[in-house]
Design a protein around this ligand. Structure first.
Ligand SMILES: [Zn+2]
Length: 481
């Protein structure tokens, strides 16, 4: 080091300068002839998803708190897709959609309905397994089913039970441990596909004591903590004054009109009206610490991929299935609506240790439906069926993204978002990000234009509306609609 410093401090003689220049030219020519990351097919495909993760609470997306240091360090600024939406605000359909690259309306209506589409839909793991990849998934979410989310995985382990904070934390370690073991065991294989899904900052918000940086258990009373950690939604709702709960529901329905359904989560969380500011802060802080904990586990996984030197030969995708309300408008939880707070998710890509493209157009709108088409494009595999997403390398920046939930579609293009189906409305996200002012009547041309974007999906709508008829009638009888 000493000699280098000395050399740089002292002006080099002209002959030496010439030699240095020549070396630089040779080195640069060598670098150019080397295939860039886009010219190399990745050998491995690693998909990492963290449940219920809002990008605006992650350091890499500009959050003031350092909640995701390992993820931030690994992916870096040039791998961030800032305008990514999920296709659904609820785990089961959102995840199956990104595993299949297709928006699956039936997946949302009942336990079995989606299976009718199984014969034509191929999942990421099925396609890669058929191409000789060794496949494994280690996940934790009780909504996953081996018959659907586990399709195509030779090894599929879903840690289901999350009734206590200890189990929630324990399964995160187990998921990582199993994934690390599997990577070690298969390190000599030519091609691997691994999917790891963490329960992450999903309720109950209960980060381990050792990672609590922003939250303190003492802030909140024990009864509330116990309630949240056990996830006792029903008993709590029944114990509440029915009148109080109903008026809270009606009040939010007015302010967040696109909530045309009432999930159990909404019903309980609308009782957020009763939470004190300190309690709201406590839950938000705990959510952030839960992200910190998920980041620690993702960090262990990324570290192993680095140690095995797989990063330089892998496509690594990081995302989430949906977002979360954190008490805005007194609403908590997800599976409620197609509001941006429930649909915005992180999307980070690393291809052979580099960003996927040299720059990312800040207007580029991406969807979790784009993940599978992007994988296939990079591996030069033809899609086995029509998919609703596209390869991120080839997308036009101002393309439309589509989501569906409970009889309602939402299409977003640029600053405008249109709802059609059970709920109808047009919102200007640039001026009204909270989606409170319906512009359907003042901007009819825009509504019609975006309505055409939905035309190709409209065939599915009548049946879905019919399936939701009973729920809608019930809501009307309660005066919510
Ligand atoms: Zn989820």
């Amino acid at each position: 080091m000493k000699s280098l410093r000395k050399l740089s401090a002292k002006p080099a003689p002209s002959a030496r300068r010439f030699l240095l220049l020549l070396l630089a030219v040779v080195a640069s020519a060598a670098a150019c002839s080397k295939p860039g990351p886009l010219q190399l097919r990745p050998r491995h495909v690693i998909l990492i998803s963290v449940d219920t993760l809002r990008p605006d609470r992650m350091g890499i997306y500009g959050y003031e708190r350092d909640t995701s240091p390992n993820i931030d360090r690994f992916f870096g600024e040039r791998s961030i897709y800032r305008r990514t939406q999920s296709s659904a605000p609820c785990t089961r359909p959102a995840v199956f959609d990104f595993l299949s690259g297709s928006l699956m309306p039936d997946e949302r209506s009942s336990e079995q309905a989606g299976e009718a589409q199984d014969s034509v839909t191929r999942t990421l793991a099925e396609i890669l397994r058929d191409r000789g990849f060794r496949t494994a998934a280690f996940t934790t979410n009780q909504n996953f089913s081996p018959k659907r989310h586990g399709r195509g995985y030779e090894a599929y382990v879903n840690f289901e039970h999350l009734t206590s904070p200890e189990q929630k934390q324990g399964t995160a370690y187990q998921v990582t441990d199993r994934a690390l073991e599997w990577l070690e065991e298969h390190r000599e294989e030519s091609s691997l596909h691994l999917w790891v899904h963490y329960f992450g900052p999903h309720r109950p918000f209960f980060p381990p004591e050792k990672v609590r940086r922003y939250s303190r258990t003492s802030v909140v009373d024990k009864a509330l903590t116990d309630h949240d950690r056990k996830g006792q939604t029903r008993p709590q709702l029944q114990a509440a004054s029915p009148k109080g709960a109903e008026s809270a529901v009606a009040s939010v329905m007015q302010r967040v009109p696109q909530m045309t359904g009432l999930s159990e989560g909404v019903q309980w969380h609308l009782r957020g009206d009763a939470l004190s500011p300190a309690q709201v802060k406590h839950f938000r802080d705990s959510y952030d610490d839960d992200i910190l904990f998920a980041d620690e586990q993702v960090g262990r996984l990324l570290h192993k991929l680095e140690e095995l030197r797989m990063v330089e030969q892998a496509l690594i995708v990081f995302t989430s299935d949906h977002g979360e309300w954190l008490g805005e408008e007194n609403v908590w939880h997800h599976c409620n609506s197609l509001h941006g707070r429930e649909l915005h998710v992180p999307l980070l890509l690393s291809l052979n240790g580099h960003p996927l493209t040299s720059t990312i157009d800040p207007r580029l709108a991406t969807s979790t439906l784009d993940i599978l088409p992007t994988v296939l494009d990079l591996l030069d595999i033809e899609a086995p069926h029509a998919m609703d997403g596209g390869s991120i390398r080839k997308l036009k920046p101002r393309r439309a993204t589509i989501s569906f939930w409970r009889g309602t579609f939402a299409v977003t293009r640029g600053r405008f978002k249109l709802y059609r189906g059970e709920f109808k409305g047009l919102f200007d996200l640039a001026n009204d990000p909270d989606e409170t002012r319906d512009l359907s009547e003042s901007l009819p041309d825009m509504a019609e234009k975006l309505g055409l974007e939905l035309a190709e999906y409209a065939d599915d709508l009548p049946a879905l509306v019919q399936e939701n008829r009973e729920l809608i009638e019930r809501l009307k009888s309660l005066g919510y609609l």
